[in-house]
Design a protein around this ligand. Structure first.
Ligand SMILES: Nc1ncnc2c1ncn2[C@@H]1O[C@H](COP(=O)(O)OP(=O)(O)OP(=O)(O)O)[C@@H](O)[C@H]1O
Length: 751
């Protein structure tokens, strides 16, 4: 290729550099202008993009810097004042850079001779456009919107059975939340369908479980419910979109029915033995919590599953059920229930008179998107709309009402240029955990499983193997998903536990990982995809980081809703790129007004305490005095580490590729903020610690993105996820999710 004019291991010798007079050529006009301006500002004769060692310029300009055999950038040495952080610098003539130090010699791992782009972190970054309206320090927490109501005495006022009220009290639950206050009396007294819409963490699970239990307990007529037992029939089916949510709902239900041992519940979810599930169903259950696919399977294949006595069908997280493409499975369950005549008595003759006289369907959803309307049409008849809105007399479902995060959730955004993303994430975590007692559990959301895998492997400390409070058996299951962290620890938090979780892990590993994260007594981080965004209830999560913005605003609301639950406080931070992504801030404002955190200030504060590197490289933790220098050192170290570790490098490349592809799948309405043609692939590669030019990483990403850019939004790269608003009734979002789901295993690995 013509742009490979420069040779590898570019050595400048020790002579002072002559001012370059090379004309800026190649690349976009904007880049050339920027390069010229930057060179002028530096007060030196103009430097070529290759002198800046900058990926943006060098990726497009005909000439590039190359690395030495050790994969080190020859143009900068941490701690060297002449190579400080302020502005572009000349390539260094230092000897170390050219030759590499002995400890690092030979780490090029097959990259020897390969073309590499090594750019400085703090130059050639796109400028931030947004003026900061509100700094973090100015934020004052408003009254919590999903907390138990202060003006309702206790659950007893909702006419719930006293034994249930006592049980709730034992669980430290005294007063209902607003949605419970609405839904519980309705489901106790009515036999009508309901559509329930309420914000995250507002206690929707109890709002449907409690009235169902109350009415089943009344069946006995004598108040002790004893003539009802597991053989009496199945009364309620609760459908949840993910296995985690199904299990969680089942465990809440189990807790509630513990004092009533004659009642039996079970969960049937994918990833479990069907045979064992069949056996449990055959023995008799009163409550079934299921994922849609497995439920449809048992309806088809398990004769013992008798639907005649079923009085309630709860469809939890309705929008997600549809997003994930479960429409056919749901249809099967809904139709099967419609076909079967509602039994008035149990098989042993007990009158089911305290139960509704018809089958009741309750659809819970945070949003009223078109796909939920469709699910509503399929499943509900004359449904009552129940929402928690206190002030506005809301009588119909709206998208707006619940596209709000809980008011007490402190949301902020960090505009971090792509090249700085990785070091900023590390600095942010380091800072978060260094404030002792402030952050105990954090969830970081990534766009795809490959990115989760890369960041987990990078941030874990391979030398620290023992996990606290873990048996040998548990440790074996968790050996690849839980680990002690490196980089993000600090003297105040010397131990932080990392967890990784996504849909491509086996179910036992997923379950054990979430359990371990929930139970951890040490500061902990869960690195995950959207598989953890819905319903997951871990009360001690106090920070959510959206390192990759959500694919839709409603997904964002669910992600941040993993904190600030049931009136508790919580923080959420969203990473955005300077440029078009900044437009997303307006959407955030429509929900809970966010505050701004400056990327520079995160780096400055986060990198204040000593850096610690788990692997030795020629870049040393003690190199660099200013935070710019420390950030450069950290990045250099990561890049060197990857070059010495082919597995890690492969994870980085896969992470990068999947991340770029996933970026193209933001929903159509929001793609204006997440425009793939605006992504600087070289800079994004750097955030994965990669020095390869994007074109060399594979999958024709660069070409496709450019092609797409040239063709507008109709390029092949986005066409699969394209939505067509002109087709009425089409489930737009499902198209996108089907695309994602199909791609899960082979391409994005998003699940
Ligand atoms: N009345 C209450 N008082 C105190 N805590 C409660 C109350 N009701 C529920 N909770 C707690 O609030 C948390 C959130 O409940 P739940 O998971 O049902 O919320 P949700 O509305 O379903 O949230 P999401 O939409 O995120 O799934 C749980 O830990 C639950 O124990």
């Amino acid at each position: 290729m013509a742009d490979d004019g420069m040779i590898l291991n570019f050595q400048l010798g020790s002579a002072p550099l002559k001012p370059q007079t090379t004309k800026f050529t190649g690349g976009r006009w904007r880049d050339r202008k920027r390069a010229e301006k930057s060179a002028k500002l530096a007060g030196s004769p103009s430097k070529t993009p290759r002198e800046e060692g900058d990926a943006e310029a060098s990726e497009r300009a005909p000439k590039r810097y190359k690395t030495n055999d050790n994969g080190e950038f020859s143009g900068w040495k941490p701690g060297n004042p002449s190579h400080g952080s302020q502005g572009p610098k000349k390539p260094s003539t230092n000897d170390n850079a050219g030759s590499g130090r002995s400890s690092h010699r030979g780490q090029s791992d097959g990259n020897k001779g390969s073309r590499q782009v090594i750019s400085r972190l703090f130059s050639f970054n796109p400028e931030q456009k947004t003026a900061v309206e509100k700094e973090e320090s100015e934020w004052e927490a408003p009254e919590a919107t999903n907390a138990p109501l202060s003006d309702v005495a206790n659950f007893g006022t909702l006419a719930l059975a006293s034994r249930l009220v006592d049980e709730l009290s034992k669980m430290n639950l005294e007063r209902p939340t607003a949605i419970q206050n609405k839904v519980i009396p309705h489901l106790i007294s009515s036999s009508g369908d309901a559509f329930v819409q309420a914000e995250t963490g507002s206690g929707k699970t109890f709002s449907y479980l409690l009235p169902i239990l109350h009415r089943v307990l009344q069946l006995s007529g004598k108040g002790d419910g004893k003539q009802i037992h597991r053989d009496s029939g199945l009364f309620a089916i609760i459908v949840a979109p993910t296995r985690e949510l199904a299990r969680q709902t089942h465990s809440v239900l189990e807790q509630l029915i513990r004092p009533f041992p004659w009642l039996v519940s079970t969960s049937i979810t994918g990833g479990e033995s069907k045979k064992a599930e069949k056996a449990r169903i055959r023995k008799g259950v009163n409550f079934l919590v299921a994922t849609p696919g497995r439920l449809a399977d048992h309806i088809d294949n398990t004769k013992a599953l008798n639907l005649g006595t079923v009085r309630w069908l709860i469809l939890d997280e309705g929008d997600r059920l549809m997003d994930l493409g479960f429409e056919e499975d749901l249809k099967k369950a809904i139709n099967a229930l419609k076909r079967i005549i509602v039994a008035e008595k149990t098989t042993n003759g007990t009158l089911l008179d305290s139960l509704p006289d018809r089958r009741v369907t309750v659809l819970c959803s945070a949003t009223m998107k078109m796909n939920v309307q469709k699910l509503g049409e399929m499943s509900l008849a004359d449904a009552t709309f129940l929402a928690a809105e206190k002030d506005a007399d809301q009588t119909a479902p709206t998208d707006q009402a619940v596209l709000k995060a809980p008011a007490q959730l402190h949301q902020s955004y960090i505009i971090a240029p792509a090249k700085l993303r990785l070091v900023t994430l590390i600095a942010y975590l380091k800072l978060a955990f260094s404030r002792r007692g402030r952050t105990m559990k954090a969830i970081i959301f990534h766009s795809c499983a490959d990115s989760v895998d890369f960041h987990y492997e990078l941030l874990r400390d391979p030398a620290k193997k023992d996990l606290p409070d873990t048996s040998a058996k548990e440790a074996e299951v968790l050996s690849r998903t839980v680990s002690k962290a490196a980089y993000i620890t600090s003297p105040a938090s010397p131990e932080v536990i990392l967890h990784r979780m996504h849909g491509s892990l086996s179910q036992p590993v997923r379950t054990a990982t979430i359990k371990s994260f929930a139970a951890s007594k040490l500061p902990s981080v869960l690195i995950t995809t959207d598989v953890s965004s819905r319903g997951l209830d871990i009360p001690s999560v106090d920070l959510v980081i959206e390192y990759d913005p959500a694919f839709s605003f409603s997904d964002h609301i669910h992600r941040v809703g993993r904190t600030a639950r049931a009136g508790r406080s919580g923080d959420a931070a969203l990473f955005l790129l300077p440029g078009t992504e900044e437009g997303y801030i307006e959407l955030l404002k429509a929900s809970t007004p966010p505050t701004a955190q400056s990327c520079e200030s995160v780096l400055e504060k986060g990198l204040l305490s000593k850096l610690e590197f788990p692997i030795e490289t020629t870049a040393k933790p003690e190199d660099g005095k200013t935070y710019h220098e420390k950030a450069e050192t950290l990045q250099l170290h990561i890049e060197q580490r990857l070059l010495g570790d082919s597995k890690q490098l492969e994870l980085a490349r896969n992470g990068f590729k999947s991340h770029i592809r996933a970026y193209a799948t933001h929903i159509k309405e929001e793609r204006v903020h997440f425009d793939i043609s605006e992504l600087h692939l070289g800079h994004v590669a750097k955030s994965f610690g990669l020095r390869d030019p994007p074109g060399g990483i594979g999958a024709g990403i660069e070409r496709k993105a450019k092609k797409k850019g040239a063709k507008g939004a109709k390029g092949k790269f986005t066409a699969d996820a394209e939505e067509d608003p002109s087709r009425p009734g089409r489930d737009l979002f499902t198209e996108k999710s089907k695309y994602l789901m199909k791609a899960t295993a082979d391409e994005f690995n998003i699940g």
